[in-house]
Design a protein around this ligand. Structure first.
Ligand code: PLP
Length: 475
């Protein structure tokens, strides 16, 4: 048997609330009715909107913990020496971070703001990995004082860390960010030091030679939504090689390898056809690819493995509930208006507008930045016994590009219908923008089945609070 074969895992990977019926999940065998979603963790979708307003982000604590458990088991059952960091930029709501903290995750941050937020949430300095291309001097100083692990991105940052280290009483442990060719495109070359031309080795040597620094980690984050487990095997091999080179030349065995994030969630990019399980490999396949490389090393030389995932852990746990506020459709007159002229019909064909009904909903790309890449599921909150027809979901912004799904098959909807958009837990809350509308409330359905607000709906004061009026304009 091919040792790289990983059997498909049929489980709650889509989250407890995802449509369970096979026909719902299979584009080709869907039958006449499109999938709907009535409740999340036992709470009716319509009731949530009544209580907290629309639109509304909803997160499931059950799903977050289930994902953490699955990831932990996938890696630790293969390689006990695995540790986990939560990529805060994926979703830095305090309640979400606290859940991962309680699951044993430390924090991975990429900016001064995130660093300060991690400390405020309650992560100790020693529980923070500090990445990112821009770490201001004051942030670096705080991180050094607090004992956080700085993963150095570039030569200028290395010089700054050296300078701060020379003023610091103790030896400082640091990581080195490395970029390499993992055999897939695009190669992320913006961050860290290049492996292939020896730059990473030169930077590592400079750190090892500095008595005030200790090289703790070799790190590489190859990208996000990576569908090829083998790319991680290549990355692990290359980092192991670099580690070996450093040991031979400098007698320093770097204790940690950090393979970054990048594991995909159960989401499809635009243009991909489902079912999603056939496109997205299970987490166990990634765990196998990475840990097989590390297990080839003699046990005493096996490094600690660190992972700093975001998307995989949080995407499916997040839902956006939204209400249809208008039904638009150039084809609607065609269905009823027999007098439609051949010319008008042709015009519509040319515009490619003839076959789609448009639904305007009360959420837009202001809340769903990642809709530019991912085709979210759109799930009505009631069963509609009518065949799905090509439809388009418009957001509520006064911008033509505000389209959440350009083409999605949906049963006929009415104004007032509630739709659940899923999965949206990764990156949307951190990348959302305040453009002409208030950002909505976010609730967490706790393990006890109770819904709590974890971020209140914005008010005029929240938005205008930081504004100041020059004296002469107040008169
Ligand atoms: C350095 C670093 N680590 C981890 C992550 C998390 O990636 P993902 O959400 O794909 O797991 C990112 C995001 O791109 C990142 O830049």
């Amino acid at each position: 048997m091919d040792r790289s074969y990983v059997p498909p895992v049929i489980s709650g990977e889509l989250g407890r609330n995802a449509p369970r019926v096979a026909e719902d999940r299979n584009f080709y065998a869907r039958g006449p009715r499109a999938p709907s979603l009535f409740q999340i963790d036992g709470l009716p979708v319509t009731g949530l909107i009544e209580e907290f307003g629309s639109p509304l982000f909803v997160f499931s604590e059950y799903d977050l913990r289930a994902k953490a458990k699955r990831m932990r088991e996938a890696f630790r059952s293969r390689y006990q020496k695995t540790s986990f960091a939560w990529s805060m930029k994926t979703n830095y709501l305090g309640a979400i971070c606290k859940i991962f903290k309680s699951e044993g995750w430390i924090a991975e941050v990429v900016s001064q703001f995130e660093y300060e937020k991690a400390r405020k949430i309650g992560f100790d300095g020693s529980e923070i990995v500090f990445n990112g291309p821009y770490k201001p001097r004051s942030a670096l100083k705080a991180a050094i004082d607090d004992g956080a692990l700085i993963q150095i991105d570039n030569w200028d940052e290395l010089s700054l860390v050296e300078e701060l280290a020379s003023e610091h009483g103790k030896v400082i442990e640091v990581g080195l960010r490395v970029w390499l060719d993992p055999g897939i495109k695009p190669v992320w070359s913006k961050f860290g030091f290049a492996l292939e031309n020896g730059e990473a080795e030169r930077a590592a040597t400079r750190i090892i030679d500095n008595p005030k620094l200790q090289l703790h980690t070799l790190h590489s984050h190859i990208g996000t939504y990576i569908l090829m487990p083998d790319a991680y095997a290549v990355t692990a091999k290359k980092l192991v090689q670099l580690r070996e080179q450093l040991r031979r030349k400098h007698h320093h065995l770097v204790p940690y390898l950090n393979l970054g994030g990048g594991f995909p969630s159960q989401s499809l990019l635009h243009g991909f056809l489902g079912p999603v399980e056939q496109v997205v490999p299970p987490i166990e396949a990634f765990a196998t690819a990475i840990t097989e490389v590390l297990r080839e090393l003699p046990p005493a030389e096996q490094p600690m493995l660190r992972l700093e995932s975001g998307r995989y852990l949080v995407d499916e746990a997040g839902y956006l509930l939204s209400t249809v506020i208008a039904v638009k459709g150039v084809n609607r007159p065609m269905l009823t208006d027999e007098g439609l002229s051949a010319r008008a019909y042709k015009e519509r064909m040319i515009l490619n507008e003839d076959s789609r009904i448009g639904y305007v909903i009360d959420a837009g790309i202001n809340l769903l930045y990642t809709s530019a890449w991912y085709q979210f599921q759109i799930l009505p909150a009631r069963a509609i016994d009518a065949p799905p027809v090509p439809s388009r979901i418009y957001g509520s912004l006064c911008m033509a590009i505000d389209v959440i799904r350009d083409h999605v098959d949906l049963p006929p909807l009415e104004t007032g219908d509630i739709l659940t958009i899923h999965p949206v837990g990764a990156y949307n809350i951190t990348q959302w923008m305040q453009f002409i509308q208030y950002r909505p409330a976010v609730v967490l359905i706790g393990s006890d089945g109770k819904a709590d607000i974890i971020r209140a709906r914005e008010t005029l004061e929240d938005v205008c609070g930081p504004e100041r009026m020059p004296e002469h304009l107040t008169k």
